[in-house]
Design a protein around this ligand. Structure first.
Ligand code: UD1
Ligand code: CA
Length: 480
């Protein structure tokens, strides 16, 4: 962006109708807070100077704002005296003597507003050399919004707040989205002229439009067809509506980019997820956070993945995972739980009813059934028997299990960590591994099997088991 622009993001409002301990702008949709969406839009547009106006629930909002955008300036609005006062606080936060250039005012609670819409407002503002350009929209029910008033030639003359509007003015369906571009020098002077002589006793930012018209300065409105982008959130029902709409936009975007989504209605994809062409997503899948999926991978059904990296051609079915890596060609599930630090190598397998945590599972290695693998390393090509537990916790500390390459461990093993199993080693079924196993060795710990003949006849006489045993003995005798 060449010409100077300052973005002021208003986020000082109370948000009472959310009925929440959490500040309104910090409620989330698409994996980001509303404030996160607002900041992403101005950043994507390339606005270098950003001011976030905080006030209500200030500590929470300020902490989040600083984390989201460390380069932004924070302005504090001490009393909630209206949008004009909030913008004044924003301007005052600029270092003394800064020329703000064009000021772009946006709201922290309008999450669907896109960067290219802001770009269009700025472009129209500049090409018309205007003092003010408002982003407006025609809506079905304009109740509550400020109305765009126009003269008989269609020129914008003022914005009238709903509570101050006459019956005739209330019939206008073109509303002020609240987003506007203003010449910085004009804004600075206009804000000084605001008075709270209105129905709400507030300093209305919107009054500056009337001032510009009175001064003979050019003003105008950029009318947006896509009304969703101008919609603010006041309660959780609206938040859910916008979250659904955002999700529809995200799933549509990925489908047009070559991703097969079998059921967009039950597929939820966060804003920061990236998908390659020819990924397939089955119903009931949530891809969250910074999850990335490479081409040819199939995810779902009924899978939730947060911050998971999935390689080319991998398959993940009915699984729950976070902060994990699934390499190319690997298979996961059904019914697998991948906790943070799981790294499954290429063509590896984490099968049914397997839980993993902080586990590096090598290329082609397999944990196919009913196991817990935590704080462990499994070398390439090794196969872990069904029902294996890495006993990683001694009640005080966590310990590691290290299994080498091409090892084959039996069913129902317990690895009592810390323990190391060498390359190419084997273990028998039911082995409790308490000591290291050298490469190429077989370890068994289950005792030899003892047979006590006639135990059922002596200890369970008359039972159905006794009867079954007697019948078997009889048949054996008859066959001889
Ligand atoms: C405002 C506009 C209205 C527009 C509507 C769109 C004014 C006077 N009115 O009305 O024309 O149709 O938005 O949603 O501008 N805020 C502060 N400090 C304040 C007051 C508000 O930071 O003292 C912030 C809020 O957090 C919010 C935004 O400004 O993000 C709008 O405030 P809100 O009270 O929702 O304005 P409305 O009365 O809805
Ligand atoms: Ca509002």
């Amino acid at each position: 962006m060449d010409a100077k622009v300052t973005a002021i993001v208003l986020a000082a409002g109370a948000g009472t109708r959310m009925r929440s301990e959490r500040a309104k702008v910090l409620h989330e949709l698409g994996g980001r807070s509303m404030l996160g969406h607002a900041l992403a839009a101005v950043r994507e547009l390339g606005v270098d100077r950003r001011v976030i106006v905080v006030g209500h629930q200030r500590d929470q909002v300020e902490t989040a704002a600083t984390a989201l955008d460390p380069d932004a300036l924070i302005a504090v609005q001490h009393e909630r005296k209206g949008t004009g006062d909030a913008v004044r606080a924003g301007l005052d936060a600029l270092p003394d003597g800064t020329d703000p250039g064009t000021v772009l005012i946006t709201y922290g609670d309008v999450p669907l507003l896109a960067a290219d819409t802001l770009g269009a407002v700025l472009a129209e503002h500049r090409s018309g050399s205007r003092a003010v350009t408002v982003l407006s929209a025609e809506v079905g029910d304009p109740t509550g919004y400020g109305r765009i008033l126009r003269d008989e030639h269609g020129a914008v003359t003022a914005i009238r707040e709903h509570k101050d509007a006459s019956e005739a003015e209330r019939s206008v369906r073109e509303i002020n989205s609240g987003i506007l571009a203003v010449d910085g020098a004009f804004l600075d002077r206009a804000l000084d002229r605001l008075t709270p002589q209105n129905a709400q006793g507030e300093l209305y930012l919107t009054d500056i439009v009337g001032f510009a018209v009175a001064d003979g300065l050019p003003v105008g409105a950029h009318v947006l067809e896509d009304v969703w982008q101008t919609e603010g959130v006041n309660d959780r029902a609206q938040l859910a509506r916008l979250a659904r709409e955002l999700n529809d936009r995200i799933t549509r975007h990925w489908m047009l980019a070559g991703v097969t989504i079998i059921d967009p209605a039950t597929t939820w994809i966060d804003s920061d997820v990236t998908l390659a062409p020819d990924v397939t997503i089955r119903p009931g899948t949530q891809l969250l956070g910074a999850t990335t999926v490479a081409g040819g991978a199939t995810i779902g059904p009924d899978t939730t993945l947060r911050n998971v990296e999935i390689g080319q051609g991998a398959t993940v079915e009915r699984a729950h995972g976070s902060d994990a890596v699934i390499a190319a060609g690997a298979t996961v599930g059904p019914f697998a739980y991948l906790r943070p630090g799981t790294e499954l190598g290429a063509n590896g397998k984490i099968g049914a009813f397997v839980e993993t945590k902080n586990a590096q599972i090598g290329e082609g290695a397999k944990v196919p059934h009913l196991s817990y693998i935590g704080d462990a390393e499994i070398g390439e090509g090794s196969n872990i028997g069904a029902g294996t537990i890495t006993a990683n916790y001694d009640g005080e500390r966590k310990h590691r299990t290290v299994i080498g390459r091409h090892a084959k461990t039996g069913s129902d093993n317990v690895f009592v960590a810390p323990v190391e199993i060498g390359d190419g080693a084997f273990t028998g079924a039911g082995t409790i591994v308490r000591e290291d196993i050298p490469p190429g060795a077989l370890a068994v710990s289950a005792g030899g099997q003892r047979i006590m003949d006639g135990w059922v006849a002596r200890r369970r006489p008359g039972s159905v088991a006794h009867e079954a045993a007697e019948n078997a003995a009889q048949q054996e005798e008859n066959s001889q």
